[in-house]
Each structure stands twice: as C-alpha cells, then as structure tokens.
Design a binder for this molecule. Structure first.
Ligand code: APR
Length: 236
C-alpha cells in the first residue's frame, strides 16, 4: 500500500515589491506612493470622513493600474509551487496578481482593491463591475460605497489564521516587503526555528531572525527559489 504523504506547508508572505515588476508602485521606495500622497489623506478613516472624493480618486487610479498590470515571473513561480506543496499566500497587497497568476489560496490581510464595501456595514462586500467607485454609488443600506481595503487605524484581517500558518509552515519565503507595518510585519516572528526561511528584497533594513536574505528582484530570485524547491534542492 503506497503511503499517504501530506504535502509540506509553504507560506509565501508578500508585499508591494512582488508587484513592482508588474509596474505597480510600492509605498516607501523612491517614487513610492507615500512620497506622493499623505497616508492620513487617502488611507485613513479620518481622510475618508474629511474628503471621500479624494480617497475614491486615489483608489480608482490604483485600480486602473492593477487592471492594466500583468502578473510577473515571481507571481507565476509562487503559483507553480502548488504542484508540490500546500501553499498559503499571505499578502499585504490589495492587487489580484497572485490570483491571476494561478495561486488558489491567497489571504489578503489588508483587503482587496477589486472589491467595494458598505461604509456602514463591513459585512456588505461587492465585487466591482466597473473599474471605479464614484461618489453617490451606495450600498443596499444607502451608504456610500468605499474600497474594501484596510486603512491605517482599522483592524487587519485574518491574523489568527495567518499566525497558525506561519507557526506550522516548514518553508517560508517573504518577498518584497519592508516589514514596517504591524501587525502584519510581526507574523515573521511566528516562524518555526526549524523552518527553511528566506527574505527576498532589493534591500532590507532588518532581516528577521533565522531568515536568509536573498538580495535581488522578485521576478529573478523567486523563480530560482521555486525551481530549487520543486527539484528538491536548497537555493544557493
Ligand atoms: N523585487 C523585490 N523587492 C522589491 C522590489 C523588487 N522588484 N521593488 C521593491 N522591493 C522591496 C523594497 O526594497 C521594499 O523593501 O519591496 C519593499 C516594499 O516596501 P513597502 O513599499 O514598504 O511596501 P510594503 O512592505 O508592502 O508595505 C506594507 O504598508 O502602506 C502600507 O498597506 C500598505 O500593505 C502596505 C504596507
């Protein structure tokens, strides 16, 4: 009787850097979004109350960029890991490039730009039929629709579930994040000592304990790691 083998769990934890080579802006690099916009104006409940039109415009522009973007080799390599591993993609990104590359288990801890939600009832979430949300577009309870994204000061999603994934994964690759925004950034601390752990980024202010830093562009380094893992080798 052939033995039943349980696929190893792989956690892929991504930030804006994984989508940079798809042409989407990051936040804290040169030319990043937070060099152009003030967080409190476009990504906070206060900014929404003060000027919802400015917030809607900010996300409408980013949504148009997401629609025009294509997944890159990093997204595709991450999706290819599902051939051999039990892969959970935990992303801080609100774009849908992981899904469009073929990843089937993606957790968006900061929400999803392709969805809208009621501004009075967070349980009312709508897939967007159009690329924009306009002032005057209301939910079924008559309140203004807002992007289904998590703003600063709002609760990050699925953290309990993500903590469970990090603490049981045998391999973890963290890609394209400055690890500066909590509580999401704190997830890396839950990784098991015995897990094989990599941080892939252009540069790193801090490398989490036990992680091996692989400096380089996601679309170059991630396919290398994925090929090694699929062939049963350690990346060199
Ligand atoms: N390949 C790999 N890494 C890259 C690339 C690339 N092509 N381009 C940029 N990076 C790296 C940068 O070196 C940086 O470390 O990606 C990281 C991007 O960091 P941030 O811009 O801070 O993005 P992120 O970490 O995802 O931000 C976290 O902050 O504003 C909030 O909600 C927002 O989810 C976001 C959170």
């Amino acid at each position: 009787m052939s033995e039943i083998r349980v696929a190893e769990k792989v956690v892929v934890f991504t930030g804006a850097g994984v989508s940079a080579e798809s042409g989407l802006k990051t936040f804290r690099d040169m030319g990043g979004l937070w060099n152009e916009y003030a967080i409190e104006d476009v990504a906070s409940p206060e900014g929404w109350r003060r000027n919802p039109s400015a917030v809607l415009s900010f996300y409408n522009e980013r949504r148009q960029a997401v629609l025009a973007a294509q997944p890159n080799a990093a997204h595709r390599a991450i999706a290819s890991l599902e051939a051999k591993f039990d892969v959970v993609v935990i992303t801080q990104n609100i774009d849908d490039l992981h899904e469009r590359a073929g990843s089937t288990n993606v957790i968006h801890v900061h929400g999803e730009i392709m969805k809208a939600r009621s501004s009075v009832d967070p349980s009312l979430i709508y897939m967007l039929a159009n690329p924009t949300i306009q002032l005057g577009e209301l939910c079924e309870k008559g309140s203004q629709l807002r992007p289904d994204v998590v703003w600063f000061g709002e609760d990050v999603r699925f953290m309990e579930e993500c903590l469970g994934h990090f603490s049981t994964a045998s391999r973890i690759i963290t890609v394209g994040t400055s690890l500066t925004v909590y509580p999401a950034a704190g997830l890396v601390k839950k990784a098991r000592f015995s897990a094989e752990k990599y941080l892939v980024s252009l540069e790193a202010q801090k490398v989490p304990y036990g992680f091996r830093f692989l400096r380089g562009a996601a679309a170059t380094v991630v396919p290398h790691v994925a090929t090694c893992w699929l062939e049963g080798r350690k990346p060199v």
